[in-house]
Design a binder for this molecule. Sequence first.
Ligand code: IPE
Ligand code: IPE
Ligand code: MG
Length: 235
Amino acid sequence: MPESQSVFPRHIAIIMDGNGRWAKERGLPRAQGHRAGAESVRECVEACSELGVEFLTLYAFSSENWNRPKPEIDALMKLLERFLKDKTGEIIKKNVRLRAIGRIHLLPDSCRKQLDHAIHASAENTGLTLILALSYGGREEIVDAAKRLIESSSPEDLANLGTEEFARHLYTSEYPDPDLMIRTSGEMRLSNFLLWQLSYAEFYITKKNWPDFRRGDLEEAITEYQRRHRRYGGL
Ligand code: IPE
Ligand code: IPE
Ligand code: MG
């Protein structure tokens, strides 16, 4: 168990990677890996909720994932819809507030409907805020923010623009930046995830594939985070 007296991460962000490899190792179709990954999501949400993490952002589908073969995209969208259908009750019961970031309008209608429903039904909850990054890309987010900013600003506003004001136009304007970024399956890259917000996050990479990532692994990542010295460029 991580010690709660040391600094605890308020916001954890996870790149849930390695579902395909998990399935391949077992001679199963990739979709099986995604299905198995849903159980890791459930367990991590529950653990974060119980440990008192305030925000959990899960990278579930990237802008670039639209380039995958259509059957894989369809399987992922179906799985998301099913997950939301099955878990909304539990989300509400556990006092979790569901939110989403990304170009959500690109998701299939049935998926978006289920997502909207879960977001609305859990809007008044006061526990963990669970943020699903869907059809999300960090570069796309920055472009979207720039567009919104230009639409709503005078030339003088733009001349005086600072980073805090800019960040108020990102999808994540209501949330603090992640303290800890976890990536499963060993890849040492960001893959277009929260490019702006991860500027000073601590990174924790594990070789385990996402379907094998369990509560104990999350606690290990938090413990490792608590050993780090965050300096933010100072001394
Ligand atoms: C992560 O697993 C899930 C998504 C990107 C949607 P992958 O599907 O990327 O699995 P690998 O990386 O091919 O093993
Ligand atoms: C990142 O994983 C996206 C998600 C986990 C949703 P990818 O599997 O898409 O990333 P790359 O292709 O290895 O960089
Ligand atoms: Mg991958």
